[in-house]
Design a protein around this ligand. Sequence first.
Ligand code: KIV
Length: 293
Amino acid sequence: MSTFTIDTSTSRATPSPVPGKRMTAPSIRARKIADGDGFKTEQPVVMLTAYTMRMAQLLDPHCDILLVGDSLGQVIYGLPSTIPVTMEMMCAHGAAVVRGSWHALVAVDMPFGSYEGSPQTAFDSAARIMKETGCAGVKLEGGEAMAPTIEFMTRRGIPVIGHVGLTPQAVNTLGGYGARGREEHEAAKIVADAKAVADAGAFCIVVEGVIEPIATEVARSVPAPAIGIGASADCDGQVLVIDDMLGMFERTPRFVKRYDDLATRIGEAARTYADEVRSRRFPTADQTYKPKS
Ligand code: KIV
């Protein structure tokens, strides 16, 4: 078992609140209820990505789901896409996020190449992720083609989050990161994908980069919560990449709302520190150890 509890005797580990019962996959899925000839959610699902223990501690009280997204490839490792992300990366960051949280359901992305080959391969990869991280679910990309795999996994104890629309691991076949669903046949495929994934047992579905009316149709027509990113306010919940919403990057994609400008604030703090080191104003007597008297 490679999940450890946090050593609260060190100054960088803020003690977590008394552990309670985490959100569960069935409780998330149960938020979607029948509504006439469609479905709706009264309490939207709050999801953010997290990749580190400390960030998980800060986000956990506010989120239903913490997603250890394979976006960590770009956000943490500076990779050009999510394609090179490995199981080792996902397991290491997944375990850190589980250690830093007690309330939210932690779901870990399955990296490209770890699940597409066969349902058995997907099960084996997901089982490894769950054993090594302690997470309570995994996410994988794909629609109708992945439905038999999702059914195989959920029937064997693995809660799965689906991901349809713009699926970044398929960037080479999609030809880019543009919004999906503008063509009629593409729109129909996205709705069919979401239905297939929900019917296969996914407890919620990320709907990424889909034009608004189609995202709204998905939310209305599938029996599992549709979590939007670049989708629609009518979705049953929303997810953002934490570094995007905190303003860590210069470029802000259209679907991102910046809730802070951390890049500027970090730069200012580093410049002040550098000035004080160069002028010997840091450290002061407050930050230095004195001989015992
Ligand atoms: O990898 C990721 O962070 C994701 C979210 C954008 C949903 O898949």
